[in-house]
Design a protein around this ligand. Structure first.
Ligand code: SAM
Ligand code: SF4
Length: 470
């Protein structure tokens, strides 16, 4: 089959250049501090400048990077954290990714694709716990065509129970051709997410055999470019950390981000940085596994390098790590996560690894995660307003517009949190939440905007209104 790349389809990852930056950059305190200062002005960093931050090894300098990332996160995102859940639709797969329990040759993995009734039951269970934003996850298989994916997305949007509804459906699925992307875009997806896994060609070839679909590095690297050309202007990139040198992968992500920005005028909406987790039937060389300390460094450096890109930290990580790393610039986390097929309707009784892609680290229920977030001063947000108001892609200059957070993000976070507290939270969590909402309202300056927000909150509380947003 003839595969058509994007108009600008070319391999823009130069291994030798990136390796040279990683290996030959020596720590220079003056330069590191100058780059930190530049990033504090919320200016995106060049690949070379990011490499300067990666060269910082002295504990005091690394601490300065952590502090800068904490500050930048506060300045750009405030204290909101967007909440979502992954929903696995099917784990049949034709690929042979060495790190994944869904790879084709693994006969002991239990395979399943949700049927229509099961899909609806999962979405209802997610709605019953308060979720409004999902990411649907698919293996790569001839059954999971763009039509099938689009149909699944449409079904999810139709499921409503009580006040429950899913207002934004994102997808993580194998790369498609232009026509495929147009079909899934038409079904109303939010973000289309795809991870390059490793940007290092040789490692990529090692973990994705050449005879498999995923073995085609360039087809995958070019996937988001084709998606953009087909109308998907909201894209998520990512690398699976632990396959190759973590510093190389950071520079790969930043290069990819610049490529999209330069070529299409729109950078990625989100960056994901999963670390390889133990998985059924998976034995990996641990040589490149990333320590907790280096993980914190990579999150902080990505924050400084791409100040306006959302950063996703998933339940692969433990509660302790999530607690700590969140402050360095994370803007989205999943909560109440189950990755077993049809897992949301099962009693929580631990993972069955032969049915799941990998082991997760944070298995706490949604209510508990939200309570802890609020106790730590974060405002959990279920906001889906930008996407539904057409503020995406090039016109989605979230955070770049002065006053954007005050005008949209904070009020919408409070409105959606209030819905959650009234409809889904435990009494204990509601108490913590109502106190937080009151404190956040105190911080907002008096004026017509605040008045409107108070009216809407009142309508949610007393008139039963829902889905009010700015
Ligand atoms: N089949 C699609 C694909 O490969 O693009 C969907 C991907 S998969 C269901 C979502 C992501 O999980 C993968 O892109 C990979 O980065 C990650 N993943 C796979 N195995 C993992 C493991 N053992 N630990 C952590 N993350 C893993
Ligand atoms: Fe299949 Fe994706 Fe797992 Fe690779 S990572 S085996 S493509 S599900």
């Amino acid at each position: 089959m003839m595969k058509n790349l994007s108009k600008h389809g070319a391999d823009f990852i130069d291994d030798a250049k990136i390796n040279d930056l990683v290996k030959n950059m020596k720590e220079d305190k003056g330069r590191v501090r100058a780059i930190i200062a530049k990033s504090m002005e919320k200016k995106p960093l060049a690949v070379e400048e990011t490499a300067v931050l990666l060269s910082a090894e002295s504990p005091d300098l690394v601490e300065e990077i952590f502090n800068a990332a904490r500050q930048l996160k506060k300045d750009v995102y405030g204290n909101r954290i967007v909440i979502f859940a992954p929903l696995y639709i099917g784990n049949y797969c034709v690929n042979e990714c060495a790190y994944c329990a869904f790879r084709r040759s693994l006969r002991t993995t239990v395979r399943k694709t949700l049927n229509q009734d099961e899909l609806i039951a999962q979405v209802e269970a997610l709605e019953d716990s308060g979720h409004k934003r999902l990411i649907l996850v698919f293996g790569e298989h001839p059954d999971y065509t763009p039509d099938f994916i689009a149909e699944t997305v449409r079904t999810v949007y139709t499921v409503k129970r009580g006040h429950g509804e899913i207002r934004r459906v994102n997808i993580n699925a194998a790369p498609m051709d232009h026509e495929g992307y147009r079909k899934v875009k038409d079904s109303g997806i939010g973000t289309y997410q795809i991870f390059q896994e490793t940007y290092h060609h040789e490692t990529y070839a090692k973990v994705h055999p050449a005879h498999t679909h995923k073995g085609d590095y360039l087809w995958r690297l070019d996937g988001l470019s084709r998606a953009f050309e087909s109308g998907c202007d909201d894209m998520g990139i990512g690398a699976l950390f632990g396959l190759y040198n973590w510093k190389f992968e950071v520079l790969g992500l930043v290069t990819h981000s610049h490529h999209l920005q330069k070529t299409y005028g729109v950078g990625p909406h989100t960056i994901s940085f999963p670390r390889v987790r133990p998985a059924h039937g998976v034995e990996l060389d641990r040589k490149y596994f990333v320590s907790d300390h280096d993980f914190k460094r990579l999150v902080a450096i990505l924050r400084l390098s791409v100040p306006y890109t959302g950063m996703i930290l998933t339940a692969r990580e433990t509660a302790e790590i999530r607690r700590e790393v969140m402050a360095f610039g994370v803007s989205q986390i999943d909560a109440g996560t189950r990755i077993e097929l049809a897992g949301y309707t099962k009693k929580a009784e631990g993972q069955e690894l032969n049915k799941e892609q990998f082991q997760i680290g944070d298995v706490r229920p949604m209510d508990e995660i939200l309570r802890e977030l609020m106790q730590n001063g974060y405002v959990p947000s279920f906001c889906t307003s930008c996407y539904r108001s057409g503020r995406t892609g090039q016109i989605f200059m979230e955070y770049a517009i002065p006053g954007f957070i005050e005008k949209f993000c904070t009020p919408n976070a409070l409105l959606t949190l209030e819905e959650y507290l009234l409809d889904y939270s435990s009494p204990e969590t509601r108490k913590v939440g109502e106190k937080l909402v009151a404190e956040e309202l105190q911080k907002i300056k008096e004026g017509p905007q605040k008045q409107k927000l108070l009216e809407r909150l009142n309508n949610i509380r007393n008139a039963g209104d829902r889905d009010l947003y700015f």
